[in-house]
Design a protein around this ligand. Structure first.
Ligand SMILES: [Zn+2]
Length: 287
């Protein structure tokens, strides 16, 4: 059995990461976050690579940490979180919460022998149109890299038990869903139906107190721009199986993309529970 995620470690990562991380308005902090992720990956024994992503003459790096599988099959599962922020926001929920979960999941799986390779990815420049993930997905497609599945962690830290705290995009009938923002959402498309249901079931099984809602959208969800705003979307567009795991961002969190997206607004138990559910899925799915 793998160790379980610890709140104190998640908090340590958050304290290191929270703060504006933007290529144009806070480049040093962005670089510091990149280096922090790379150091953590290295300390866990992952094979670390940095992949340069260019924008307007500047470069930011996606940070990739590989845990090689023991099976001869060369397929790869990707667990990802973007680490940049929009200008002017400290990005605690968006997306330090998910990077902290990513790092803690990597620690939990460090001693687990997986048959299938697992790539932990801190993607660059998501806030400028998912540039890091799009570049990675395109290269994977071109090189016929067998991507077994991909999970994009997109904001995992904001929870509210207040009635009426949850809203929904227009295509959702709110009467069919909870009005309290206390759940994690797993959003997939047709190709990722199996991944969506498997991940949701594993999360519910591993953390029964954490409500998980799953949603499968038709096609590549072209008609639903609200659910395409994270690093899974470039994978959807190239036909890979990919899901987004999220606290639903602006449909719950009033601090979304604001200067008020600070550490004190996060619920660390919520992040830990989500991390535990995802780690449990990966441990069983990739063994
Ligand atoms: Zn984000």
């Amino acid at each position: 059995m793998a160790p379980v995620p610890e709140k104190s470690r998640i908090e340590k990562h958050l304290r290191a990461l929270v703060g504006e991380r933007n290529l144009f308005t806070a480049p040093q902090q962005l670089k510091r976050a990149e280096d922090y992720i790379a150091r953590q990956f290295s300390a866990l024994g992952l094979r670390v690579e940095r992949e340069p992503v260019a924008l307007d003459g500047q470069i930011s790096n996606s940070v990739l940490g590989l845990q090689p599988g023991t099976a001869p099959a060369p397929d790869l599962f990707i667990l990802a979180a973007h680490y940049d922020t929009v200008a002017g926001s400290p990005g605690a929920d968006d997306n330090a919460s998910a990077v902290a979960a990513l790092l803690e999941i990597a620690r939990c799986l460090e001693t687990v022998s997986l048959s299938h390779s697992l790539l932990f990815a801190g993607f660059a420049l998501e806030e400028y149109g998912m540039l890091g993930s799009a570049q990675y997905a395109l290269a994977a497609k071109k090189n016929s890299r067998p991507v077994r599945g991909m999970i994009s962690l997109e904001m995992l830290g904001f929870r509210s038990h207040e009635p009426g705290s949850q809203s929904y995009p227009a295509f959702i009938d709110p009467a069919q869903y909870p009005d309290r923002g206390d759940f994690i959402a797993v959003v997939g498309n047709e190709v990722s139906r199996h991944l969506t249901s498997g991940l949701s079931a594993a999360m519910r099984g591993s953390v029964p107190t954490l409500p998980v809602i799953d949603l499968v959208l038709p096609g590549r969800a072209e008609q639903f721009p609200d659910v395409r705003r994270s690093d899974h979307a470039p994978f959807w567009d190239l036909g890979f199986s990919a899901v987004m795991v999220t606290d639903t961002a602006n449909f719950r969190n009033p601090n979304y993309h604001q200067p008020t997206d600070v550490l004190e607004t996060l619920d660390l138990d919520f992040i830990r529970d989500a991390a535990q559910g995802i780690a449990s899925y990966l441990e069983h799915e990739l063994c």
